[in-house]
Design a protein around this ligand. Structure first.
Ligand SMILES: [Zn+2]
Ligand SMILES: [Zn+2]
Length: 344
């Protein structure tokens, strides 16, 4: 264990003092890992749109000041009591799934992803906008050698969300799979869908992302401003799955009729207004809608290994930790190509 010397020194964190407050760079004491925890020396942390929940206080029960960040990649710096199977110096990440209670009805059935008391780094406890953070062992994800920290970080939320949703979608190789949105989630969804062997149609607004979508692995690009996306998908035979990544309920609703028989709209883009899909649209062709939230640490491990093997990478813009506020603003602007990652 590294120990007392490191623990006495301060570390830099970017914290939010209150809901809606600005980011503050402050020095804090480096925390000691408690029972069942490790301390991670953070090397990179993705800035995810869900960090808005912490910044603006949109999640119930957040205690402030709070350090956001749930796309964390680094190295185990110290292990707490009772930790086995994880070593100092080991490269690890922590994603959205930052711990569970092991006792709720979902956990008792092994459905850890839907733990009723799911802990989320940066929301339930301080996250990765920091030089060091603590994490419970059940949240840890080993990082394969072939991925740098900055490459691994965004795969721990945006990556796993699209990877896991697609691999559980029921689509088989060769099936038409549409990815709605060519952004932070969508650009990863297109790559995974391509590597899974699907016939990939990317659906974006305007012609701007056509070349990029093809480069990422889409065989078809549908500009939903120029053509009716649903009709375009029907011309291709109807989609088995539409992975809806851009948080626009209207765009998702308009695309629904692009599904073929038994097709499924899988929603991962978080919007707050209702979808407008009539029961008759569901009944016709026995089509369905499903939401999907990230996955467990083991799912993240699969995501990282798959990405390492197949070359799937997030497109990133990096900012040093000291410029967290600027990086966050860049993420919010929607102009980032595509994930913003803080480096320490
Ligand atoms: Zn996220
Ligand atoms: Zn639980």
């Amino acid at each position: 264990m590294s120990g007392a010397k490191a623990a006495a020194a301060p570390m830099k964190v970017a914290q939010v003092l209150k809901p809606g407050g600005d980011f503050q760079m402050v020095d804090r004491e480096i925390p000691k890992p408690r029972m069942g925890q490790v301390r991670i020396q953070v090397e990179a942390c993705g800035i995810c749109h869900s960090d808005v929940l912490t910044k603006e206080g949109q999640w119930p029960g957040i205690e402030y000041p709070r350090v956001p960040g749930h796309e964390v990649a680094g190295v185990i710096d110290e292990t707490g009591e009772g930790v086995s199977g994880w070593k100092q110096g080991q490269r690890v990440g922590v994603g959205w799934d930052g711990g569970r209670d092991n006792t709720c009805p979902s956990c008792r059935r092994g459905d850890f992803r839907n733990c009723r008391n799911l802990k989320i780094p940066g929301i339930s406890y301080d996250g990765g906008y920091a030089q060091y953070m603590l994490a419970p062992v059940e949240a840890l994800v080993p990082i394969p050698e072939g991925l740098s920290a900055a490459e691994a970080a965004p795969l721990l939320c945006a990556g796993i969300t699209t990877f896991n949703a697609l691999r559980h979608s029921g689509a088989s190789p060769g099936d038409l799979v549409a990815v709605q949105g060519v952004g932070g989630l969508g650009h990863l969804g297109i790559q995974f869908a391509n590597k899974f062997g699907y016939h990939v149609a990317a659906v974006g607004r305007g012609p701007g992302n056509a070349a990029l979508a093809k480069k990422l692995g889409a065989s078809v690009y549908i500009d939903s401003k120029a053509a009716k996306g649903a009709e375009a998908l029907q011309k291709l035979g109807g989609a088995q799955v539409i992975l809806a990544t851009a948080p626009s309920s209207q765009a998702m609703s308009e695309l629904f009729d692009g599904l073929g028989p038994n097709g499924k709209l899988i929603v991962v883009g978080v919007a707050f207004d209702p979808l407008t899909i009539a029961p008759v649209q569901l009944v016709t062709g026995s089509r369905s809608i499903q939401g999907w939230a990230a996955g467990t640490a083991a799912d993240s491990e699969d995501t990282l290994r798959f990405a390492e093997q197949t070359g799937v990478r997030a497109m990133i813009e990096t900012y040093p930790l000291e410029r967290a506020a600027e990086g966050y603003a860049r993420m919010l602007s929607g102009n980032a190509q595509f994930r913003v990652v803080l480096t320490m």
